[in-house]
Structures are given as C-alpha cells and as structure tokens.
Design a protein around this ligand. Structure first.
Ligand code: PR8
Length: 468
C-alpha cells in the first residue's frame, strides 16, 4: 500500500462500499455491501449500549434560538452549520439548523423530563445523520459533511462524581467496541483548546491509519453543568433543594468503518473482522468437467451446516474460473474461504483459506466442520486485533527534544510521546514549531523531569501526531 489515500478511494469503489459520485461535496451513497458492514458494526455497538441506555430519536431540525443559547457551543459550531431559511417560497421568521450534533435539540426536552433526583441518571442514545459544513478537505467516511451514522449518547446525572464515572464507563464501552473490531486506539485527554465546545473536558480515542496520520474515532465529553445551566435542567435533591444536573455526551461516526477498512486492509483489498463481514465464509467449488454435481452437493451440505451454526455463508456457484472468484472474495475481505474439488472430496477433505494470513489449512470432512470453523474464526479475530495493535505500538516513539520530534514526524509520521508542562502557550508553540497537533495527555501516568519544550516542570506524558 504505497499511497493510502488512493488505495482507500479505490477499495471503497471496488468493494462496493460507497459511491462517492453523489453531486454534493462530502455526501455519499452507501452501497449494499457497505451498508451490510455498517449494519453489522452498528448492531455490535447497539448491543453494548442497549444494556444501559435507551434509544431515542429527535428531530433533525433545531430552531435558531435553541442552537444559539449555549454561547460557547454555538461559537464552536458557527462555521459548520447548514441553515434552512425557507419553507417553499416563504422566508421563515425563525431559521432552523440541520443538527451538527444534538445537544441543543435534546436538552430543552431534558429540561422538561428531569424533575427529581429519582429520575436520574438518564442515559439515551440515538443513531442519526448529522450535518457539518466542513471546510477542510472532505473524504468519504473520514471527513464528511453528512455524517450518516452519528451514534450519539447523552446522559444526565445528579452529581459531578456520577458524571465522571459515566465518562469512565463510556470509555469502557468504546474500548469494548473497538476491541471487537480489532481497531487499536490511544486514549488521551484533549488539550483545552481542542475540547468539545461547551465541555469541561474531552477524552478522545485516536487510531493510526497506514499513512501515519491519526484519526479521531470517538470522543467522550464531560459537560459539567454548563448545558444544564443554559437549558435549565434542574432536579430536586432528597433534601428538597433544586440543583443543576451534570451531563456527559459521547459519539462515534462513520470513521469507525474507515478505520476497519484502512487498518486491516492490504494490497489484496479489504480484510474484514468476522464480526462485521457481510459474508463470513464463502464456499468455492472447484469444478472440472467430471464430478461437478457431487462437488456442488458436498458444498451445499457444508453451507447448510455452517448456516445452521449461525454463520453468514455464501456458496459461489457462478460459472466463472475459481481464480476470479478467489480474487473477488479476497478483495471483499471475506475472513474464510472453503475450497472443495473432486480430489478433496474423494479424500474427504476441504481446504480453508484464512484471509488475515492467507494461510491454507487442510481439514478433514470427517471431523466437525463447525467446530473447526469456530476455532479459526476466533483465531482470525484475535490475530487481526493483535497484529493491528502491534503495528500501532511500533509507531509510538518517545522523544526528548522538539527538534527530534519534528524530524521524527517528518520522516516517519506516527505518534510521538513527550514530557509536557501542560501550559496552553507552550502547547501552541509546540504545535507550530513541529507542525503537528497535540493529541492530548495521559493524566494517570506519573511523570518527572522537564517539559521538552519550555523546560519548566513536566506534568504530563503527552502525544502529538499529524492528524486527519
Ligand atoms: C460530539 N455530541 O458531537 P464530536 N466526518 C466524520 N466523522 C466526524 C466528523 C466528520 N465531519 N466530525 C466529527 N466526527 C458530541 C458527542 C454528541 C456526541 C466524528 O462530539 O464533535 C469524530 O470521530 O467530537 C468525533 O470524535 C465524533 O464524530 C463525535 O463528534
């Protein structure tokens, strides 16, 4: 993969994930194959969220006065909002925004719903499309103007401690989700100048794409009482007093799919984790002139067994060369291929090919195929996760001077860790001098010594990278 950007663009088209020719910049069409990957991925997240959250659905439009209520929030989004100004030919007396995110759609309603401490905590999520007029270069799934799969959770609590714990819980949820997908991540607390507009602080998940740039794939924000004060979200305490609620929100986007594609893919195309692949197994009969029917019958039998065991299986009986079929399914990233020809059949064998390692495994059809496939699938998921994690960890380098940081980033990209004082002025200088973004800090890591730039006492281990 010499040019990731080109590879990414081509594979979206070749594997029929997205059609990016829709005539509005930053808005794309999900094709059936992509939609299935999206659906499988979403189901994993929903299963996790559904344990403690209720799913809701709010309107797409937000009245101007609600959007404008939270001053810091609206400032952060003012350049990114799409406005509806007309209904037919009539100019509206109140403009309406297409939600860039839903705080200002939800919180006026939360103010009606939250009454007593016994109502709390409240935990909601919705999966919707959101709109952001991004001015940076748009790319399918990575930076879009219509985020088609915005998974946003919003919670309300009766104490600061509860909200802080929710931030930890949300981080656990996202870890579990990304682990299932084999997406490695670095979790940091964003610098103050890069936190979500209106939040007390932002925790972010970044992953590393093959071109050495990091991609923010999820964020968890502690909103403190800022929005509660703006939107009058108050509750009655057990003592009968009225207090502003504490809130959190966290979200993921189509970037999750971009990471699955980019991180696991290779020169042969996609390599999908079994958990999300539209087909988990494809069976390719190797047919010569003689013995074709027996081979197809044996393939169908294998298909039924695997289907009954709950796998998504496809028997590719198209009238095409086996080599062409191999190419197609490898490119689409199907985790496991079963090949069966007349000679295999007479030996009561089949050949399995793992997409992650491209290794062939001979199996005996006398043994339980479901068990063998089950074992292989777990191994594939594990191997994909470990390989991706190892690769990312190898790209995290510690440096002790800003000159080294600059050189290291210019030549090898990846992520740089360094000792930092945490001061905004110093951080901004670092970003400018090294021409990078500071991703954030890890507070839990004790650190001693001097800030690698300004020389004052270092307080944090921090990270920087070229970012998307
Ligand atoms: C919130 N409110 O909105 P966030 N294209 C693709 N993905 C994107 C884009 C884009 N243009 N912009 C952001 N993301 C909070 C939390 C409700 C939910 C992705 O937070 O603005 C990024 O991965 O940080 C980002 O981390 C996530 O959406 C949430 O957006």
């Amino acid at each position: 993969m010499t040019d990731f950007s080109e590879w990414f663009h081509n594979i979206l088209e070749e594997a029929e994930i997205i059609d990016s020719r829709y005539p509005i910049k930053g808005m794309h069409v999900w094709l059936p194959n992509g939609f299935k990957i999206r659906k499988n991925t979403l189901n994993i997240l929903k299963d996790i969220l559904d344990k403690e959250h209720d799913e809701v659905l709010f309107p797409l439009l937000i009245p101007e006065d609600e959007l404008a209520k939270e001053a810091i929030h609206v400032k952060g989004f003012e350049e990114e909002v799409y406005w509806i100004t007309h209904g037919g030919l009539t100019e509206l007396n109140k403009k309406m925004a297409l939600r860039p995110t839903s705080e200002t759609a939800m919180y006026p309603m939360f103010s009606l719903w939250v009454r007593s401490h016994t109502d709390l905590p409240m935990k909601f999520y919705q999966v919707v499309n959101t709109f952001r007029y991004e001015t940076k270069h748009t790319r399918p799934l990575i930076r879009v103007r219509e985020i088609t799969t915005f998974k946003e959770a919003h919670t309300v609590h009766s104490s600061r401690e509860d909200a802080e714990k929710q931030v930890e819980d949300a981080i656990k949820i996202y870890k579990e989700f990304f682990d299932i997908l084999g997406i490695p991540y670095l979790i940091t607390k964003r610098p103050v100048w890069d936190k979500f507009p209106g939040a007390d602080y932002t925790m972010a998940f970044d992953t590393l794409l093959p071109d050495g740039k990091t991609l923010q794939i999820g964020t968890v924000h502690n909103l403190g009482q800022t929005f509660a004060k703006t939107f009058e979200i108050t509750f009655e305490t057990p003592e009968g007093e009225h207090e502003y609620a504490y809130q959190t929100c966290y979200g993921l986007s189509d970037r999750v799919i971009a990471s699955v594609i980019g991180i696991h893919g290779d020169d042969s195309g996609l390599c999908l984790p079994p958990e999300v692949s539209p087909y988990q197994i494809v069976i390719v009969p190797i047919i010569f002139k003689k013995g074709g029917e027996e081979v197809i019958a044996a393939c169908s039998e294998i298909q039924s067994k695997l289907k009954d065991a709950g796998f998504r299986v496809h028997l590719d009986d198209r009238d095409l060369r086996a080599g062409k079929k191999f190419y197609d399914w490898e490119m689409r990233g199907v985790p496991l291929r079963v090949e069966l020809g007349p000679r295999d059949l007479s030996n009561n064998n089949a050949v399995l090919l793992r997409r992650d390692t491209m290794e062939k495994v001979n199996i005996s059809l006398a043994d339980d195929i479901v068990e063998q496939v089950n074992n292989l699938m777990s191994d594939i998921s594990l191997n994909m996760r470990e390989k991706a994690l190892k690769k990312m960890n190898e790209e995290i380098r510690e440096v002790s001077t800003i000159e080294d940081a600059k050189e290291s980033i210019e030549s090898e990209k990846g992520i740089i860790s360094f000792a930092w004082c945490g001061e905004e002025a110093c951080g901004k200088e670092i970003e400018e001098k090294a021409n990078v973004d500071i991703l954030g800090i890890q507070e839990e890591d004790e650190i001693s010594g001097k800030c690698f730039h300004c020389g004052s006492e270092a307080k944090f281990k921090a990270f920087m990278a070229k970012t998307y």
